[in-house]
Design a protein around this ligand. Structure first.
Ligand code: C2E
Ligand code: CA
Ligand code: CA
Length: 736
């Protein structure tokens, strides 16, 4: 399982994907729309220029037709208004002239192909076509509009030129036909009306002529079509009576289309380039965005990681356990969570510095990584706290086995740089069967179980038990009450006599704190001192005891006063200053004060301990090692700390009467201490025999129920009075 990246990767991945396709899609649409708009505009321009060109072609063509007709009209004028013609056409013997000058001229003439001379009665006098006499009547050949032209000529007054030209349908197609009165050049004619003669020229608009026109005017595909032919651009050929004879059409040059088709690829190319440019910009932007995203993802993942160990941090664990619990509600597996607190990490940190502490954390992280099962989540959730979570078909068994491996691993001395350190761990275990217990509760249970493991002593594992919650609640309530008691000064002190072994006189007292918890009765310091230690109340409590003890001891000038100091107080570098302050405030001689310290703290933190003891000794107080023999250290080892006194633990004294070995051990211990010039106090003396034995072995101070239980200050005062009275009495007896 890769807990975090998979949990979050999915979510982040999808979002990124959607936006990229979205942007690319909109970009493609924009490029397509722009391309279409540009092409559309170009098409519009092309169409426009096509239209303009077609219109120009039409104007050209209609001009060409007019020219075509005008040429015939000019020719006709030349031939009809001709002095020779005015003579010969009207002459009785004029036929040969007429035929050779008109009829025969119609062959191969580009000017006219039909030449006819008629009289006023419309009867042909001569009719030639293509140089040969024509057959049939004129009405068969020409459409009636010929006579419209004729009538116009006939009706022409003296002012008007007796000529008319127009298009006329013929048997062979369409021709421009001109009718003119044959007359002198000057227009004069001696022949009277009624005997006039007229010259008719026709020029056919045949395929050949049309081709010529097309070539001359540069109009491609020019051709003639029927009047009903549908065409967008054409030139109509109408006769004198306004009837359409046909149309001239042509192949549009469509210069716009040509230009468009030439320009289009270039435009598309240019747009593609622009598109490409923006695409590149977009890709660069997208990549930059992706890099930012990736950085963001990294940052988010970083936020879930512990820098030092590279493991998940508390947030990372939260997500991972959430995922595990969610998955196991489906799979019906159990989720196991182990909380692990290193023992002695603080001491390593204090003794060798943070560098070594960091290395230790990394070493532990590396070791745990190897030990945890595949797919397990490993997190560092605090200075020296780790958590492991995994899903398993087993319930506790898997977790207990793993814990055992971890404790074995941590029991071995660890080599950190050139140093070898010994640590351990307390492990709490909680199980969510089939994901039924949510993450928050699961983690809380593992945490609670871990505290229980720690309380029970180091290097232990504890499985969560619902009874722990009740314990916890009780403990919390007790902590609250204790806090109030400290703040309200509701703690009391009891004093236990310290007896000189040779004189059997009380030479000092040990101050022991007492708490009568409201509604509960007296609570043993063995119960509430550890709670004060873990809840940060110990400093206030310790200070209260020290001050109160010193104040009280002022009334007992002949007694020394011993005060217990917790490791929690001792660890504080400012502790010496507190002590100095209290000594001054209570105005008690430092040499009367003994501070009792247990060995636990020193072993883990020898250097610091030495420094603290040295500093305290400069104040003039005595430092005693309390509970010696309950731990594992030898006097030889502890000598380095410069203790002024050793207190042999009650457990060593208890069995000296029953057990020879115990007695020998005690004897050896005391002998060794004395050889080092360290005086020894024996605690827990309950019988006279014990008192005799420990005195014989060399203990100079005795403490225990046999001499007196811890008692209120008044009783100590009373004892002192009695002792003084006894002394006075013996003085007097001696004197007497
Ligand atoms: P300790 O410093 O070893 O104190 C001696 C304990 O042994 C006291 O228990 C005392 O009542 C008990 N004791 C003395 N003589 C005998 C005996 O002959 N037989 C038996 N069975 N017990 C005897 P107490 O007062 O319950 O204190 C327990 C522990 O609590 C102390 O052990 C000390 O470690 C801690 N403590 C007590 N007062 C203070 C305090 O003011 N500050 C700190 N830091 N710790 C304290
Ligand atoms: Ca003590
Ligand atoms: Ca003790």
């Amino acid at each position: 399982m890769e807990p975090i990246s998979s949990v979050n990767g999915k979510v982040w991945g999808t979002g990124r994907h959607t936006t990229v396709t979205g942007v690319l899609f909109s970009f493609a649409i924009v490029v397509a729309v722009v391309t279409m708009m540009v092409l559309n505009a170009l098409d519009h321009v092309a169409q426009k220029s096509n239209v303009l060109d077609d219109e120009r072609s039409r104007e050209t063509m209609s001009g060409a037709l007019q020219t075509f007709a005008a040429q015939l009209a000019a020719t006709l004028n030349d031939y009809a208004a001709w002095d020779d013609a005015a003579t010969n056409v009207y002459a009785a013997d004029g036929m040969p002239w007429t035929i050779s000058n008109y009829g025969e001229m119609s062959v191969n003439s580009s000017l006219f192909d039909v030449a006819i001379v008629i009289g006023d009665d419309k009867k042909p006098i001569m009719a030639y076509r293509d140089g040969k006499p024509m057959d049939g009547s004129l009405d068969d050949f020409f459409a009636p509009s010929l006579w419209a032209l004729f009538d116009r000529v006939k009706a022409a007054g003296t002012q008007d030129i007796p000529e008319a030209t127009g298009f006329v349908g013929t048997q062979s197609g369409i021709a421009v036909v001109g009718v003119a009165l044959v007359r002198e050049k000057s227009g004069a004619l001696s022949v009277p009306a009624g005997r006039h003669r007229y010259l008719i020229f026709a020029r056919h608009l045949d395929a050949h002529r049309i081709d010529e026109l097309g070539t001359t005017y540069v109009i491609a595909g020019l051709r003639k079509v029927a009047p009903d032919f549908a065409a967008r651009y054409f030139v109509d050929i109408g006769d004198a009576q306004g009837k359409s004879l046909g149309k001239l059409i042509w192949t549009p040059r469509a210069p716009g289309d040509i230009g468009y088709s030439e320009v289009r690829p270039k435009v598309v190319q240019a747009l593609c380039l622009v598109g490409l440019f923006f695409l590149v910009l977009l890709i660069i932007g997208w990549m930059a965005g992706r890099r930012l995203k990736a950085e963001e993802v990294n940052a988010r993942e970083d936020a879930l990681r512990d820098r030092l160990s590279g493991l998940l941090n508390r947030d990372g664990l939260r997500l991972a356990v959430d995922a595990l619990v969610a998955a196991s509600t489906q799979s019906k597996q159990n989720v196991l969570v182990l909380y692990l607190d290193l023992d002695g990490f603080k001491e390593v940190n204090d003794a060798y510095g943070h560098g070594t502490g960091d290395q230790l954390i990394r070493a532990v992280a590396a070791g745990l990584k190897v030990l945890i099962p595949d797919g397990a989540v490993l997190a560092r959730i605090g200075g020296d706290e780790f958590a492991i979570a995994f899903a398993s078909n087993d319930a506790e068994a898997a977790a207990l086995q793993l814990s055992e491996h971890i404790l074995d691993f941590l029991a071995e001395p660890l080599e950190i740089g050139r140093r070898v350190v010994v640590i351990g761990a307390s492990i709490g275990i909680a199980v969510s069967a089939g994901g039924t217990v949510g993450r928050e509760e699961l983690v809380r249970r593992a945490d609670l179980a871990m505290y229980k493991a720690k309380e029970a002593g180091r290097a232990r594992m504890t499985l969560y038990d619902p009874a722990m919650d009740a314990d916890r609640e009780e403990r919390n309530a007790l902590e609250l009450d204790l806090r109030m008691a400290i703040e309200g000064g509701d703690l009391a002190l009891a004093y236990q006599p310290l007896i000189d072994a040779s004189s059997h006189e009380m030479t000092g007292v040990e101050a022991l704190v007492r708490w009568n918890r409201p509604g509960h009765g007296p609570v043993s310091p063995e119960v509430f001192i550890p709670i004060a230690e873990t809840s940060g109340l110990i400093e206030a409590l310790g200070l209260f005891v020290l001050r109160k003890a010193c104040e009280t001891a002022k009334q007992w000038p002949e007694l020394r006063i011993s005060v217990n100091v917790s490791p929690g107080q001792f660890r504080n570098p400012a502790f010496t200053d507190y002590v100095r302050y209290v000594l001054r405030q209570t105005d008690i001689a430092a040499k009367r004060v003994t501070l009792e310290v247990t060995e636990g703290y020193m072993i883990q933190n020898p250097q610091r301990t030495r420094q603290s003891i040295e500093r305290l000794k400069t104040l003039g107080v005595t430092i005693a090692l309390d509970d010696f023999g309950s731990g594992f250290s030898s006097i030889g080892y502890l000598r380095q700390f410069g203790f002024d006194r050793i207190k042999i633990d009650r457990s060593l004294v208890m069995e000296i009467q029953e057990s020879d070995s115990q007695r020998e051990m005690l004897q050896a211990t005391v002998a060794l201490a004395r050889s080092l010039d360290i005086p020894v106090t024996a605690e827990g003396i309950e019988t006279e025999e014990q008192a005799v034995i420990v005195s014989l072995f060399g203990c100079d101070t005795l403490q225990g129920y046999f001499f007196g239980k811890p008692m209120p200050a008044e009783q100590i005062t009373e004892r002192l009075h009695e002792a003084r009275a006894r002394k006075m009495k013996s003085h007097r007896t001696n004197a007497a």
